[in-house]
Design a protein around this ligand. Sequence first.
Ligand code: T4K
Length: 378
Amino acid sequence: MTKVKIKKNDLKKPKNPILVTQPTLPNLDEFHASLKEIWASKWITNKGAFHQQFELELAKHLGVKYVSIFNNATIALLTALQALEIKGEVITTPYSFVATANSLMWNNLTPVFCDVDPIYGNLDAAKIENLITPNTTAIMPVHVYGTPCDVIAIEQVAKKHKLKVIYDAAHAFGVEVNNNSILNYGDLSVLSFHATKAFNTVEGGAIICHDDATKEKIDNLKNFGITDEITVVAPGINGKVNELIAAYGLLQLKTIDSDIEKCKTITTYYKEHLANIEGLKCMPDIKNTKLNYSYFPIFIDEEKFGMSRDELYFKLKENNIFGRRYFYPLITDFNTYKNFDSSNLPIAKKIASQVICLPIYAGLTTAEVNYITAIINS
Ligand code: T4K
């Protein structure tokens, strides 16, 4: 095996910490111009002009029919479940951010945790059917790191058992398979626009749906369930987005494509410079798929690598590199979820013990990526 050659200069410790991610912010002058408009109109929230324009432009950009923007993805997930009137048990993944399972608990639903595939960490579609009971009503998979789930296999099992599918697509902004948005699969998909995501509106999220009746229902639910001045049709929530954030989001659409391109270049660089390291695996490329490259997970096999995942994680920290162990611990390892069955999750347990997400964001410099890979190689 040929390892990458390290030059002495590559190992020079940077002055500032290299964080796992860093948001791109819109041009401040342009944002200021939008703020001036908002100040003049005095319309600052509740479906203003920027809000409406942002939803339309997002739908166009993503190649989907309907977008309902939210103040964050967690509230959007709660609302998605409420909109489809999901009851009983929902099959989901333990290998995700805790918000996925929390959204089920907030709706008094029972999460049933299914194991994941060993390469990409997504819900293993072949293992869903075994977990279906008469109380199962839905599946909530996650396109973890923005890698598409096996949407066709999930659709087949859902159709067969008349289950709804709600994708937690928090990581999947702009992801496409065969030139079709991944958000067009399932009954609903939920995006996150948190500061740490590929596309950010500081905090934010969206539900993607495929018909106008569902869009209207979701819009009502995010506005307390109010349909007109004297009517409340359901115990909705406040999931609204204000005009400042909608204006910020509109500007973000200008730079998202070039940001994704930059992250793609960094991914290629990482893959080249971390190839041929015994016991370190990167995620393989996937054919006909457009990713957003907002995460770069590596998986450490302690025996072959000669160091445990945690040893490497802390070694990187000592060297000013702040990767993150997304998604460790597994959701089922949190105290809140200790009572749910986790006996059949060997793959999820294994990858959660091996993963480190390395820093990746549009502003990460070649010198920084060089330094990170040199430290790992050394
Ligand atoms: N479903 C999934 C699968 C998710 O991953 C998430 C969120 C959700 C649902 C829920 O979406 P939201 O309701 O949040 O829209 C972060 C995020 O807070 C969270 O949104 C995200 N997933 C999760 C994977 O990661 P932390 O605890 O890692 O964030 P924090 O504050 O440690 O930030 C990480 C790094 O990002 C920092 O080291 C530096 C950088 N950073 C962060 C912020 C907030 C910045 O440079 N600037 C910033 O403003 O949870």
